[in-house]
Design a protein around this ligand. Structure first.
Ligand SMILES: Cc1cc2nc3c(=O)[nH]c(=O)nc-3n(C[C@H](O)[C@H](O)[C@H](O)COP(=O)(O)OP(=O)(O)OC[C@H]3O[C@@H](n4cnc5c(N)ncnc54)[C@H](O)[C@@H]3O)c2cc1C
Length: 563
């Protein structure tokens, strides 16, 4: 038992687990990180990072057979020949869809931090006030001011490129130089602002090093080369991943023990001592069970997996799952509504080119129901657009020979693409729970996912499509087409909730520092802890949550509050 005892245990090594590991280790705690997947060491384990396109047999596409075998993960845009090894395949880890739900996962050291699209925006005060003001979910137990210093702390460490835009709906952060908009994007921005003075599109904020600082280079991280091959793993460490950044920082302290191939089955609740003492781990290969012990446990297995582990942590005291006195564990799952998009063309500007690639788009913070309820639906959506010239190398109809070559050497006309990221309302009926009979290879019950859209989502989608079309029209775009992808929830990869924060133990699972009300030495700081979804990409908020919660946990340990 002594050999298996640490100061702290972290479950999962992805975006939030990596942060828990770094903070706990840097604050002097001997920390065990349990990760169900294999080791992925920065640079050493990025097999395709330098592979040129012509060396992929299908130029990056996947064989039809593989797609047929994996209908769920194949719907993710980044599941390609160059990165399929970082995604969970459908059959490897089955789950049960009561309603269609595309659960996209990455089980390895680093989790989905290797694969993410790196868009990071702070929540605004309006987002934290939303549920309390509008009467849905429960009131957040924290406000923007509680998190703002932690946003700054995280942004400085990970490196975030962005522009100081001074918008109250999207607070500025600690930014490295921004990426640039091209000529047509600027034009669209200006024209929309003329027509709608409260709708200022700004350049996207993303976790890329546009100007590495000393602490980045000290970690061996370098400047973004705009290769747009991020999902392969970045040899420059230029975008933030756990592998390039938080896990090496944790390891550098000498306090980290990272154990891959360790499937956390459940948390151990000691009825006699009335507290959680550790975790049960099934070895991914041998299937042997081992127990590990610690004073404090951080649950960071990603939103739905954290739900699964807690639901599976049954004891005499908690027969329905750890801390589940109110029966709400696994309920109020929410996500982002990505169904709406628009495409359009922009005539002219054929003398204008742009150079290279860019890892972000142009974005507009939510403008619906921000300061008061004004629509016939709750909350709103963030909008993104980008403009580009098609046609490079795309000439098809010209004769073979000089004409064909000539046609292929020119860029085509300008096109504009816009998409939504809509807030969804957490509801009790949107839930995950354990199947009674079906288990996975490691003896864990399979998760059943019962999550769907509602009327509010349909109204918000319709509004985005109408407003998007109007905005593009006011910008002078033509051939505007509205599209509803009807994609299932989950494909947004922003699943949240199930272990929500709140003020009252009767209606929430976690308090204001992410401690379980009923088990204060257990902290849940990934997406499972979200009370509502906001319209922002969520991972920056999970990182800030985690750093703040570790600070609290270490203080509580020092005060003797968690013994
Ligand atoms: C293609 C793509 C694009 C995305 N784009 C963005 C974006 O632009 N901005 C943004 O904010 N977010 C984005 N996301 C979402 C983002 O990746 C997640 O929000 C983030 O990774 C969540 O962090 P996490 O620590 O909760 O989970 P993860 O990073 O998924 O890490 C969880 C870890 O826990 C491990 N684990 C799970 N179960 C167990 C168990 N039982 N025992 C032990 N270990 C376990 C997993 O193997 C994994 O390593 C994107 C995701 C993808 C895939």
């Amino acid at each position: 038992m002594k050999a298996n005892t640490y100061d702290a245990i972290v479950i999962g090594s992805g975006i939030s687990g990596g942060w828990a590991a770094k903070e706990l280790c840097e604050k002097g705690l001997e920390t065990l990180v349990l990760e169900r997947g294999r080791q992925v060491t920065h640079r050493e384990d990025y097999p395709t990072m330098h592979t040129p396109p012509w060396e992929f047999p299908l130029r990056g596409q996947l064989p039809l057979e593989l797609r047929k075998e994996n209908p769920v993960v194949s719907r993710c845009y980044a599941f390609r020949d160059d990165a399929d090894h970082f995604f969970v395949k459908d059959k490897e880890h089955p789950y049960i869809q009561d309603k269609p739900f595309d659960w996209i996962r990455g089980y390895q050291v680093g989790g989905k931090s290797l694969l993410w699209a790196r868009q990071v925006q702070r929540w605004s005060p309006f987002d934290f006030e939303g549920p309390g003001r509008d009467g849905f979910a429960v009131d957040w137990p924290i406000r923007y001011e509680d998190l703002a210093p932690w946003y700054s702390y995280v942004e400085k460490f990970i490196g975030v490129s962005g522009n100081k835009d001074g918008l109250d709906t999207l607070p500025d952060g600690e930014f490295l130089p921004p990426w640039e908009m091209n000529k047509v994007e600027k034009l669209v921005q200006e024209r929309i602002l003329e027509a709608y003075p409260d709708r200022k599109f700004v350049i996207g904020r993303c976790a890329h090093l546009t100007e590495p600082q000393a602490h980045h280079t000290a970690q061996g991280r370098g400047q973004c080369m705009a290769r747009s091959l991020c999902q392969r793993g970045c040899p420059f460490g230029a975008y933030f991943s756990s592998n390039a950044s938080t896990l090496p920082a944790a390891a550098a302290t000498g306090n980290l023990t990272l154990r891959p191939h360790s499937v956390v089955h459940s948390l151990i609740y000691d009825d006699a001592r009335g507290k959680v003492t550790g975790v049960r781990v099934v070895d991914a290969g041998s299937k042997e069970t081992t127990e590990y012990f610690a004073k404090v446990i951080f649950v960071n297995a990603s939103a739905l997996n954290s739900n699964l582990i807690l639901l599976n942590s049954k004891s005499d005291r908690f027969p329905e799952g750890l801390g589940n006195d109110n029966g709400l564990l696994g309920t109020h799952i929410a996500f982002h509504n990505y169904r709406g998009s628009l495409s359009a063309s922009m005539e002219g500007h054929l003398d204008s080119y742009y150079y290279g690639r860019r890892p972000t788009a142009v974005m507009l913070p939510n403008f619906r129901n921000v300061k008061k309820q004004e629509m016939d639906f709750l909350r709103g959506y963030m909008s993104f657009y980008s403009a580009g010239r098609g046609g490079w190398g795309g000439a098809r109809n010209e004769d073979f020979g000089p004409d064909f070559k000539e046609a292929n050497s020119e860029a085509g006309p300008w096109g504009v693409y816009m998409m939504m990221q809509g807030e969804t309302i957490p509801k009790r009926s949107n839930r995950v729970y354990l199947d009674d009979t079906q288990k996975d290879e490691w003896g864990m019950p399979q998760l059943r996912v019962d999550v769907g859209y509602d009327d509010n989502d349909e109204k918000s989608l319709r509004d985005f499509l109408d407003q998007g079309a109007e905005m593009l029209e006011s910008a002078g775009c033509k051939n505007i087409r509205q599209n509803d992808s009807r994609q299932a929830p989950g494909l947004d990869i922003h699943e949240m909730g199930g272990v929500r924060m709140g003020k009252d133990p009767k209606t929430s699972l976690l308090g204001r520092f992410h401690q379980m009300h009923a088990c204060p030495n257990v902290y849940v700081t990934d997406g499972a802890s979200m009370t509502s979804t906001g319209t922002q990409n969520p991972s920056l908020t999970y990182m800030a949550f985690t750093a703040r919660a570790v600070d609290h946990a270490v203080g509580a340990l020092k005060r003797g509050d968690l013994t």
